[in-house]
Design a protein around this ligand. Structure first.
Ligand code: 5GP
Length: 148
């Protein structure tokens, strides 16, 4: 039997404040919200990190997140200064992941105090470094495509 807390929530073995459920996705309220109506959207597939999840499950998730933004009326003032929200998906302890079943946070951002606070250690633009990295990544991507 799976010890994963989110698998237990999907199966109904642990209660949750369920929102949308599809064949591949389950969503519910976070019990320790960083803002009112902080939601979690999870695949019905147990994998710790994003790369562990089959594409069909990932493809089902963002439309569910989108529907939740509408239910939360985060779409009403559709201007840059209107209601804000963050979609967050952490992978690994170093990246603040606590539950090892992939989950997307949908976190309303209505004021500076509640919701997600972001550290953004931007570095100065270095075109030479970027160009070298770009070449390496293109080679890595071509390698992946060849193996598919
Ligand atoms: P992480 O830090 O892994 O990205 O986020 C895990 C989230 O899961 C946290 O926001 C935490 O509040 C939430 N969480 C942990 N256990 C439960 C639970 O049993 N029920 C619900 N609804 N949320 C949980």
């Amino acid at each position: 039997m799976s010890a994963c807390i989110f698998c237990k929530i999907i199966k109904g073995e642990i209660p949750s404040f369920k929102l949308i459920e599809t064949k591949l996705t389950y969503s519910f309220l976070d019990i320790q919200p960083t803002a009112e109506a902080h939601c979690l959207v999870i695949p019905k597939y147990c994998g710790a990190k994003l790369h562990n999840i089959p594409d069909e499950y990932l493809a089902d998730i963002l439309p569910v997140v989108k529907k939740l933004t509408k239910a939360l009326k985060l779409d009403v003032n559709n201007t840059p200064s209107g209601e804000g929200y963050n979609v967050l998906q952490n992978n690994g302890r170093i990246a603040h992941q606590e539950v090892d079943h992939v989950h997307f946070h949908l976190i309303p951002k209505k004021d500076t105090e509640s919701g997600l606070g972001v550290g953004w250690p931007a570095q100065p633009t270095d075109f030479e470094k970027l160009g070298k990295l770009h070449k390496e990544l293109q080679a890595a991507l071509a390698d992946i495509d060849e193996k598919l």
